[in-house]
Ligand binder design. Structure first.
Ligand code: C2O
Ligand code: CU
Ligand code: CU
Length: 495
């Protein structure tokens, strides 16, 4: 099974030759076997009583009609596993970052201070913003510098996130803890009807399959995962889950969970352990047309989903962790026990029958633009070009025209699975291997699994924010693949 050619890590690491790309991964459960209760101390991730920690909501300031959010990235230490301390990084804290909550129509500015000792680019994943504010690799800024993108929020309510996008070192920076949730609110009837009290019945669930070496070092190159003594904890809102799932008490009897797969490459499939259905209300970029019963929520790296759970009795959520081609085995972990509130469940109104109106794009007149995910001699690329430098990416940028509806056929010509992501605008899935989508796959997305050999057709309209100068990006969201060149620039030319 481990017959896939190794990849080359060359960026900034002269002397490093080919490495084994995928090695055997222990299951999170076996890696954690024997872990006892964690002591509470500074830098300890374990929450009191095994409760799900909820990232704090960042309180913005008002400056002349602009809502300003201040973030500072810095190195720290964080205790992911009981017996070792990990070098970490976080925004405004030692690991992960606060939740940013913005509103459709709001003028916002993010003031991001680079407190690291290296370059940093910070991207608003899923946000529809002008290209110069998007935070792709072109927007990197140095240590001590402050980057201040300012824009008007212009999209429907959605669960987005923010994370580094620094050329060649994105995987390392995300793995160390630089990630957070970005929530867009709006005034739609659906938003008013769904649970929306942050931390009470509207709860972020940031899931990460993390690799930790025996020295506590967080690993991000899969070639190093076969070292003896590696552990692969499932980390939820910054806390490694051990034998016991974390707990959350649904005091109102109903909870809306904003699921984010912030793993570097693993696919996560969330479901109820009792086999019951989950009610999904949103995909990455917007509400679904209607609440949809699903057996599981499958999220490739970078994807999100929102589910609403009525908690009338103890309900345990688990996730399958798929480690990709070449894996020895997948693992399964229960990570969250939802407990009914003392009020005994309380009153629960029915969810609205209609949440959104998604007009399907008519693409019958369009010829698809082929975006090939390629791998040659261990080098990853888009359309055969390895995007490990701005020069290479810009020379082979994908150019579209403002206002145009585009049909893309994303073809996986590499022997691995990938997670395809486009910046700027959400897309609709037109077909997967020729089959039209159903159910939640009819929702707006910005990230989609493209399995090896697969052909996935997506359509999107580049409504506005054209520029002859600045570009967006498109890439595989398995961060290691992105760093290895499966990424290119996307330019929206003025009409
Ligand atoms: Cu979350 Cu360019 O990515
Ligand atoms: Cu993005
Ligand atoms: Cu990939």
């Amino acid at each position: 099974m481990d017959d896939i050619a190794p990849l080359v890590h060359s960026i900034g690491k002269p002397g490093m030759s080919r490495r084994r790309f995928i090695a055997g991964m222990a299951t999170a459960a076996s890696a954690l076997a024997g872990a006892s209760a964690l002591a509470l101390s500074e830098g300890t991730a374990r929450a009191a009583g095994n409760r799900l920690p909820v990232p704090e909501l960042l309180v913005p300031t008002q400056q002349g009609g602009v809502t300003v959010f201040a973030l500072r990235a810095a190195r720290a230490t964080w205790q992911l596993l009981p017996d070792v301390t990990s070098g970490s990084a976080g925004f405004n804290g030692p690991y992960l970052g606060p939740t940013l909550r913005v509103r459709n129509g709001q003028r916002v500015r993010f003031e991001v201070t680079n407190g690291l000792d290296e370059d940093l680019a910070v991207h608003w994943h899923g946000a529809h913003v002008p290209p110069q504010d998007d935070g792709g690799v072109h927007a990197a800024f140095g240590p001590g510098q402050v980057w201040k993108p300012e824009f008007t929020v212009k999209q429907q309510a959605a669960t987005l996130w923010y994370h580094p996008h620094t050329m060649g070192i994105t995987a390392r920076q995300i793995a160390q803890g630089l990630a957070g949730m970005l929530i867009v609110q709006d005034d739609s009837a659906a938003s008013r009807a769904l649970p929306g009290t942050y931390g009470t019945d509207d709860v972020p669930v940031i899931l990460q399959s993390v690799a930790v070496g025996p020295d506590g070092g967080i690993r991000y190159e899969s070639g190093s995962f076969s070292e003896p003594g590696m552990a692969f904890p499932l980390v939820v809102n910054g806390v490694a889950v051990d034998d016991e799932p974390l707990t959350f008490t649904a005091s109102t009897g109903r909870v809306r969970l904003r699921l984010l797969n912030a793993s570097l490459s693993e696919t996560l499939t969330v479901r109820r352990m009792d086999g019951g259905k989950l009610t999904q209300v949103a995909t990455e970029s917007a509400f679904l047309n209607r609440p949809t019963q699903v057996a599981a929520v499958r999220m490739p790296a970078g994807a999100r989903a929102e589910v609403v759970v009525d908690v009338t009795r103890e309900t345990v959520l688990e996730t399958m962790v798929e480690t990709g081609v070449g894996r020895r085995r997948d693992s399964r972990q229960s990570f969250l026990t939802l407990l009914p509130g003392s009020g005994g469940g309380g009153r629960r109104t029915a969810l609205p029958a209609r949440l959104n109106t998604i007009h399907r794009y008519d693409v019958s007149h369009l010829r698809p633009r082929v975006i090939a995910l390629t791998e040659n001699g261990g080098m990853l690329g888009i359309n055969g070009v390895s995007g490990t430098t701005m020069k290479a990416m810009d020379a082979h940028e994908i150019v579209v025209r403002e206002g145009d509806l585009e049909l893309w056929e994303v073809v996986n010509r590499s022997p691995r699975n990938h997670s395809f992501h486009v910046h700027d605008v959400p897309f609709q899935v037109i077909s997967v291997n020729g089959r039209p989508p159903t159910g939640v796959d009819l929702g707006w997305r910005d990230t989609i699994a493209v399995h090896r050999g697969a052909r996935v057709r997506i359509a999107m309209r580049f409504t506005d924010y054209a520029s002859d100068k600045y570009t967006y990006m498109l890439h595989c969201h398995m961060a290691e693949h992105e760093d290895l060149g499966m990424m290119t620039s996307l330019k929206v030319r003025p009409r």
